[in-house]
Design a protein around this ligand. Structure first.
Ligand code: NAD
Length: 260
């Protein structure tokens, strides 16, 4: 499959986990990539993995903080300058934040998580949708979470931000469908990435792998998802094959969010 031939795709949070897996998936299908992350070393590693997996891929690496609107404006401008269009946007960078009861959830921590996970997604939408509207085409995938459609607990900042991402997705999806643009969100369950590893280590730094085994038992599939499985969904939604899916929030969680 070469669904991304001559298509320009921006991916935020591309230095790790879901963003990296999507970058490799889309590079293998000849996408021209603008990869954004705050972590420069992570970005370089993704660039290296892409060179191994898809040696001819065109890749632009941009170190940026998605919580800064000026830096978001800049990565959008860099992508347009290099590739001319923005055909796909995986608006994905995010953090989990510290786990705590609401009364103990620091207000600074709340602000930090919301700034990155919600403001960052909004800035991305604002600046990318303007370009896509002028083109009259494009597809966006925002990364929400099961924590954006269900209560998880101990995650005030994460819950508020991810429920907000769901709201932004529905809002922009109904606004921009008329311009030939789709805006969807994915709602991953527990996918084994460095973020989930960090989360398990917050629960028990010594025995986090065992905690992980127990953690997935309530899941109908009794396992963590793989970043590559999420990458397949993201690529489908951005590829043009999913042309009439818009303003949708799609769980990818082994069925967990449907379970009573
Ligand atoms: P990860 O920690 O492996 O990757 C996240 C990447 O985002 C990192 O490279 C990090 O440097 C980058 N990032 C963080 N803050 C940034 C900022 N301010 N500006 C630019 N880049 C920044 O985590 P992941 O699991 O790949 O998570 C990706 C997205 O998926 C996040 O939005 C996360 O909330 C969401 N998600 C993950 C899971 C899961 O189980 N892994 C489940 C639901 C939702």
């Amino acid at each position: 499959m070469q669904r991304f031939k001559d298509k320009s795709v921006i991916i935020t949070g591309a230095g790790s986990g879901l963003g990296r897996a999507a970058a490799i998936r889309i590079a293998k299908e000849q996408g021209r990539l603008t990869l954004v992350d705050l972590n420069e070393a992570g970005l370089q590693e993704t660039g290296k993995e892409i060179r191994n997996a898809a040696p001819d891929a065109e890749v632009l690496l941009v170190t940026a903080n998605v919580a800064s609107e000026a830096e978001v404006e800049n990565y959008v401008a860099e992508a347009v300058k290099r590739f001319g269009t923005i055909d796909g946007f995986f608006n994905n960078a995010g953090i989990e934040g510290k786990q705590n009861l609401t009364e103990d959830f620091g207000s600074d921590e709340f602000g930090k998580v919301v700034n990155i996970n919600l403001n960052g997604v909004f800035y991305g939408l604002k600046h990318v949708l303007k370009v896509m509207k002028e083109q009259g085409s494009g597809a966006v995938v925002n990364t929400a979470s099961v924590g954006g459609i269900r209560g998880v607990g101990n995650q005030s900042g994460y819950a508020a931000s991810k429920h907000g991402v769901v709201g932004l997705t529905r809002n922009s999806g109904i606004e921009y469908g008329q311009f030939g643009i789709q805006v969807n969100a994915i709602a991953p369950g527990a996918i084994m990435t460095p973020m989930v590893e960090g989360s398990l280590k917050q629960m028990d730094p010594e025995n986090w792998e065992q905690v992980g085994e127990e953690f997935v038992q309530p899941n109908p599939m009794k396992r963590f998802g793989k970043p590559e499985e999420v990458a397949h969904l993201v690529a489908f939604l951005l590829s043009g094959d999913a042309g009439f899916i818009n303003a949708a929030v799609i769980p990818i969680d082994g069925g967990q969010s449907y379970k009573y």
